[in-house]
Design a protein around this ligand. Structure first.
Ligand SMILES: CC(C)(COP(=O)(O)OP(=O)(O)OC[C@H]1O[C@@H](n2cnc3c(N)ncnc32)[C@H](O)[C@@H]1OP(=O)(O)O)[C@@H](O)C(=O)NCCC(=O)NCCS
Length: 163
């Protein structure tokens, strides 16, 4: 762990996040890149944290409705955003990098015109649930299995929620 990493966070093209996304979230797959259908849509936003030498954290925000049985009726008329590809380099975890990326990105999206009440949701890996809970996200429904990865739960909050 690097206790005081110096880094900056910016909104970037997909090319700047794909390597770390793949290496952290699909390690056995590298060098085949982990891509999402929406990666290069105009309405998709990618963020990375970079220190002077490398990318140390990434996240992607996609315009995408949650599953139809998602039981949170509020906010859906505003549309919804799915967080995907949240990953921090192993050497930089528990230093606040992941939290800063989510906070930077949600502020950026609100300043770009999304309502603070827009639903922000995602499928959370079991091991990452405490991280998301620390950022004010709530679990919805039961665990479900994602093949080759493991148990997940849907989590959500308002985009502009401040923890
Ligand atoms: C989940 C992940 C993105 C968190 O990133 P991070 O930079 O380490 O998280 P932060 O340092 O910003 O953590 C913020 C807070 O979240 C909580 N938290 C983070 N990781 C945690 C963990 N493993 N266990 C318990 N709480 C945790 C803590 O409250 C932490 O604050 P603290 O360190 O002051 O106690 C990172 O561990 C990661 O990339 N994991 C592997 C990939 C992954 O699972 N991605 C999520 C896919 S859904």
């Amino acid at each position: 762990m690097n206790p005081n990493p110096m880094y900056s966070i910016t909104c970037v093209p997909s090319a700047d996040i794909l390597e770390l996304r793949t290496k952290i979230l699909r390690p056995g797959q590298w060098p085949d890149i982990e891509r999402y259908v929406q990666d290069d849509f105009e309405t998709t936003y990618h963020f990375n944290a970079r220190d002077e030498t490398q990318t140390i954290g990434v996240a992607t925000f996609i315009r995408h409705q949650p599953p139809q049985d998602f039981d949170i009726p509020i906010f859906l008329e505003l549309g919804a955003i799915q967080l995907r590809g949240m990953a921090v380099h192993e050497d930089y975890r528990r230093c606040g990098v992941g939290a800063k990326i989510v906070n930077f990105a949600t502020t950026f999206l609100v300043e770009s015109g999304f309502s603070k009440n827009t639903l922000l949701w995602f499928n959370a890996r079991q091991g990452a649930i405490p991280f998301y809970e620390a950022l004010g996200f709530k679990c919805e429904g039961d665990f479900f299995n994602v093949p080759n990865i493991g148990p997940h739960k849907i989590m959500w909050r308002q985009l502009g929620h401040t923890s």
